[in-house]
Write a protein that binds this ligand. Sequence first.
Ligand code: FAD
Length: 399
Amino acid sequence: MPISSKVAEKIVVAGGGMVGAAAALSLARLGHPVTLIDRHRPQDGPRGLGIDIRNVALSPGSHGLLAQIEAWPARTAPYQRMDVWEQWGAAGIQFDAKSMHRDELGWLVEVAELSEKLWSRLDESPLVNLIFGDIAAVGLADHQVELTVVPPADSGSRETQIVPAELLLAADGSNSSVRSLLGVATQSLPTHQVALTTVVKTTCPHGSIARQRFLLDGPLACLPSVDPHISSIVWSQSPAAGERRLNLSEHDFKEALGLALEYRLGRIEAVAERFVFPLNQQLAETPLPHPRVVLLGDAFRVVHPLAGQGVNLGFEDIRHLLPYVAAQRTFDQPGLLSAYARRRHRRSQAMIDLLGGLRQIYAQASPAFALARNVGVGWVNGQHWLKRKMMFEAMGLTD
Ligand SMILES: Cc1cc2nc3c(=O)[nH]c(=O)nc-3n(C[C@H](O)[C@H](O)[C@H](O)COP(=O)(O)OP(=O)(O)OC[C@H]3O[C@@H](n4cnc5c(N)ncnc54)[C@H](O)[C@@H]3O)c2cc1C
């Protein structure tokens, strides 16, 4: 495709999801003019029992980034403890904020709240230029990248825009158009699982504890919300089990879920609409497919939600990228981002391996394996130094 003679925008961010919006605001905060392209503003998702069904557990590392760009939402649910236990055996692990001399381990944040906050900051920022449209082509040259943006069908406009950029940050999600238009090889790592998500009301308060029970079929997370009796559910399981549980009557589903949580929150009093969708993991071969193109967030890698790390890794991409671009006036230096790319690839591969290993360990039903696992888990739970190290890692405090 021809490269235009238009003067290149300095930095263009493709995709205004949580990661792209935070990237644009972080760069604007450093004084870089940024153009952000998305098909549309954030769309409302399904709600249930007064909250957005889409929730993310955010780490203190992510909180640091969002606070810096003044995009931390007003409504968040901090959790002080995390309890992890399993189907076969009595051993479990508890992680406690007090042992880290902190008030919380993290926060559950409704995606709608965070997106609204990020976009109100984008609207206010004089250095952010918003373009609405579909990225339909990407052209590469030594000195610039060029995006072809087709206006949204409902906009009434037929005019395709050519947007040249000195640096393109692609945060356009797991089905990244930029990634596929550039033909970046991407490893797909099937989980053979689906996630059933919903929101529930329980008879006992959640006590600001995030709970996760490893069932043989997959992990079941019950995550506190701003309301002491409302929790969100992410239940990973085989597609067949997901289909079956989706079709249970409300009464039977409440019973099944209460039992699966061993009634740690009492009985399930109410349940919102249930949703089931496939869980895919993937990793692009590099976050830097061209010296002027960086893949961020889910556009680079998608991880299993069992450790609540997906968007935290995306925010971590931004935190690690900023020092490389902060003081740059141009992005012409060869190899400017190579060290960044190697580090992010290593980190993402390690996270995917860790999550795969955990799922394997907890999927073993043999009594001998279950015994060994319980002994191991019990040992880890007694090792405060090791738990602190694990918590530092999960909280995004290791950089
Ligand atoms: C069940 C579940 C639970 C999860 N829980 C957690 C959790 O507890 N903690 C956590 O950290 N993560 C969690 N995640 C992961 C998290 O939701 C994702 O990592 C995160 O949403 C990815 O954000 P993103 O901005 O990279 O991509 P997206 O949110 O997908 O944003 C991509 C944006 O790009 C735009 N776009 C795409 N293509 C184009 C195009 N061609 N032209 C223009 N614009 C385009 C889209 O409109 C969209 O706005 C969970 C995921 C699931 C499935």
